[in-house]
Write a protein that binds this ligand. Structure first.
Ligand code: NAP
Length: 316
């Protein structure tokens, strides 16, 4: 069976695309990914999504979006798109390296994942004191000392959140100025539990008995190494787009973000559209992702309509 459209990924972009595609009678099949709901499943309160004056929990928002898509007939398959063949239509999508699906068109909304420092000790201590998600793991650091690496909005947000549990939170940043917005910086600066170590480069996560005991950093001015003792290290240095499974079949920028044609969600492959964080290195907000999800579904609808029209003209 060939689907009219397959949607890959279920953040706000994928769910919104599914709602619009289902309401356009395209009967979309949605490949949920290994972490359905995406990055918002890892947040607590979302305060800037319009329509929720008191805020809404990220997982609740995602759950509501999924239910809304289901209400209009979107179908969901759990698993990750591990391979695609875009060399001919219908396109083929392989899920979890086993099941294959075919579709006339594709919407890629696979989002982005947390980046790591890639220093010794880090990978093996994930789950043993190293984390990329304060919301998920903060609870385990009650009355402990933690470090948050990064100088962007995420680092400010994670650090502020962690003060709910930790006794001490130190933000560790590689420059002496922050990238974070003024409002987020101020919120963190006003928090008496947060302290700062600036202008240092992390070089090693240090452990004792397979638990994090600190972070070794190099002072960028003096070159001196120092150890920052801590029970936890939260890495909050941004994200990378989830496009490896495309194996270069769709045009991306140097980092891997999908390039869309100006003012549309169309990619370099006809019939393949992209929306959300996977194609957006600039805004990366839930609301902008949802907006582009809507655009992708409308672009697919128009593209399929134009194709069917062309085929019927050819037949006559
Ligand atoms: P980001 O803005 O790209 O910041 C990443 C931070 O990590 C930067 O300070 C960067 O340092 C540092 N960094 C990157 N690689 C590093 C490495 N290898 N070692 C040490 N430090 C490293 O990422 P983000 O904070 O995740 O934010 C992403 C987007 O989401 C932004 O547009 C942000 O505004 C938005 N956001 C908004 C909110 C909110 O409004 N509630 C919350 C979170 C995120 P440099 O500064 O030196 O480059």
């Amino acid at each position: 069976m060939t689907e009219q459209v397959i949607i890959l990924g279920t953040g706000p972009a994928g769910y919104t695309a599914a709602i619009y595609a289902a309401r356009a009678n395209l009967n979309p099949l949605v490949i949920e990914g290994d972490e359905p709901g995406g990055q918002l499943m890892l947040t607590t309160e979302v305060e800037n999504f319009p329509g929720f004056p008191e805020g809404i929990l990220g997982p609740d928002l995602m759950d509501a979006m999924k239910k809304q898509a289901e209400r209009f007939g979107a179908r969901f398959v759990f698993g990750q798109a591990t391979r695609v063949d875009l060399s001919q239509r219908p396109f083929t999508v392989t899920v979890s390296d086993s099941d294959t699906y075919q579709a006339e068109s594709l919407i890629i909304s696979t989002g982005a994942s947390a980046k790591l420092l890639e220093i010794p000790g880090e990978a093996e201590l994930i789950g043993h004191g190293v984390s990329t998600c304060a919301t998920c793991d903060g609870f385990f650091f009650k009355d402990k000392k933690v470090l948050v690496v990064g100088g962007g909005d995420s680092a400010m947000e994670e650090a502020t959140f962690l003060t709910r549990y930790a006794s001490e939170v130190t933000i560790v940043h590689r420059r002496d100025t922050l990238r974070a917005s003024k409002v987020m910086q101020e919120r963190a600066r006003k928090n008496s539990k947060i302290s700062w170590v600036m202008n240092v480069t992390p070089v090693e996560v240090v452990s004792e008995n397979r638990r994090v005991s600190g972070l070794r950093v190099r002072d960028n001015r003096t070159g001196e190494l120092m150890l920052l003792p801590a029970d936890g290290v939260f890495v909050s240095i941004g994200h990378r787009p989830n496009t490896a499974f495309l194996a270069g079949q769709v045009e991306t920028d140097a980092i891997g973000y999908i390039i869309t044609k100006s003012d549309t969600t169309a990619t370099s492959v006809e019939g393949v559209f992209a929306c959300g964080d996977v194609a957006d290195s600039r805004y990366r907000q839930a609301i902008t992702a949802a907006g582009t999800g809507c655009r992708a579904a409308m672009d697919v609808e128009r593209w399929l309509e134009a194709r069917h029209h062309q085929e019927s003209v050819t037949l006559v």
